[in-house]
Ligand binder design. Structure first.
Ligand code: APR
Ligand code: ZN
Length: 382
């Protein structure tokens, strides 16, 4: 990945509302009929969530080029709420209209918003995702899973170990620094989708970083492809973009109009968590309870701070959350498991009533949905 950071930010332009309305209508019509629509996103889709970009007037690299450090605390990505643009893309994915997301963003907001893991390439990594170099196992974390780099810039070890039985591999973060190779699988999948695409929409990227920018360029240069660009600054891809589909507008404003034209509501952000509760019994009154967080594709997902059986004093505060219980239980009796979360969105504790599966043991999967606005959980067995 090459370092391109302008000393002085390129000017940001704003097309007229009428131009934005016209492009939104065109885009909606194209999305409706496209065979393989993909998007390419950059930091500009997260600026309205309070996460600065890199090359905009207030961007991190612009500030650095001016000799100033950007006062941005990286942990803010954990409390950032996915934007209108993020949620519009989720709605388009859910309807099968959006086939794939290629993103340069490391803030984790696409995955947190609900973009499926197999429908996105995070070309520059994800600050909530780490992996085992020995066995390849991935882990999603509700904390920043990034190396501190105090050892060295290219040392990506995060200090945690792989949890796969028999593997003690060191975990590494997934962040791609300048000069480092992009993740092979992610880039290959992105290129495959770019080659299939008949429509690619760039959202909030200066398109100045290679080789990531080869993805939208590939669509722009293909005979069957049309490249649309929604970005406040001009980009080096203006000449391969469809001139009627280039717009200097805020991505949220454009996507609001595109979705209105499509007649699709943009869903509110709902924080979704999945939980497996397993019980094994040594006898009628001795049981072991294991609580595991997982992502939609069963990737281990760490989002719990502690777990305890309601009424007991002892909470378990480190994974794996394994709790012992000594109580005579009838099959089907409710075992109340109290969950404490990391709390980035002010999530209150929630109690899951787990039905005791009987001495043969067994496990159940629960879907937890948290509305960040009402601060309420909904729990259902899936
Ligand atoms: N709507 C539309 N465009 C926006 C908005 C917005 N709300 N906010 C910012 N922009 C534009 C900026 O004008 C800028 O041109 O988004 C663009 C973001 O470009 P960059 O800051 O260069 O970010 P990005 O393209 O994602 O950078 C690529 O460079 O440093 C590396 O790893 C870093 O992944 C990053 C890569
Ligand atoms: Zn491993």
């Amino acid at each position: 990945m090459d370092l391109t950071a302008p000393a002085i930010a390129e000017t940001e332009h704003f097309s007229s509302p009428a131009q934005t309305t016209a492009v939104a209508a065109q885009l909606a019509a194209l999305i409706r009929t496209a065979k393989h629509f993909i998007v390419y996103t950059g930091a500009g889709v997260s600026t309205s969530a309070g996460i600065p970009d890199f090359r905009g007037p207030e961007g991190a690299w612009t500030k650095r080029a001016q000799g100033k450090e950007l006062a941005f605390d990286g942990s803010k990505t954990l409390t950032a709420v996915p934007t209108t643009t993020h949620m519009a893309l989720v709605a388009l994915q859910e309807r099968g209209l959006l086939k794939y997301v290629v993103s340069q963003n490391c803030d984790g907001l696409h995955r947190r918003s609900g973009i499926m893991p197999d429908r996105i390439s995070e070309l520059h990594g994800n600050s909530n995702r780490e992996y085992c170099k020995d066995c390849g196992k991935e882990y999603i974390r509700d904390f920043r899973a990034v190396s501190s780099y105090d050892k060295s810039y290219s040392d990506h070890r995060t200090g945690r170990k792989c949890a796969v039985p028999g593997c003690t591999g060191a975990l590494h973060d997934t962040i791609i620094n300048f000069g480092e190779q992009l993740p092979k699988t992610a880039m290959t999948r992105a290129t495959t989708h770019a080659k299939k695409a008949d429509l690619c929409l760039v959202l909030g990227s200066s398109c100045r970083v290679s080789p990531a920018n080869s993805i939208p360029e590939c669509v722009g240069r293909s005979k069957k492809g049309r490249l649309a660009i929604c970005n406040l600054q001009d980009t080096p891809l203006e000449d391969v973009a469809d001139e009627k589909l280039r717009i200097h507008a805020r991505t949220d404003d454009l996507m609001t109009q595109v979705m209105a034209n499509l007649g699709i509501l943009i869903p509110p952000f709902i924080l979704r968590r999945r939980l497996i509760i397993a019980m094994a019994s040594q006898s009628r009154d001795r049981h072991q309870l294991t609580v595991t967080g997982v992502d939609v594709d069963d990737t281990p997902s760490s989002f719990l701070r502690s777990v305890k059986v309601e009424g007991s004093r002892r909470a378990v505060r480190t994974e794996p959350f394994v709790l012992g219980m000594r109580e005579e239980l009838e099959e089907g009796a409710a075992v109340k498991v109290e969950l404490e979360f990391m709390g980035h969105y002010g999530e209150p504790n929630v109690v899951v009533a787990h039905a005791y599966p009987g001495e043969a043991g067994g496990s159940s999967v629960y879907g937890l949905e948290y509305d960040v606005w009402t601060k309420e959980w909904e729990v259902r067995r899936v």
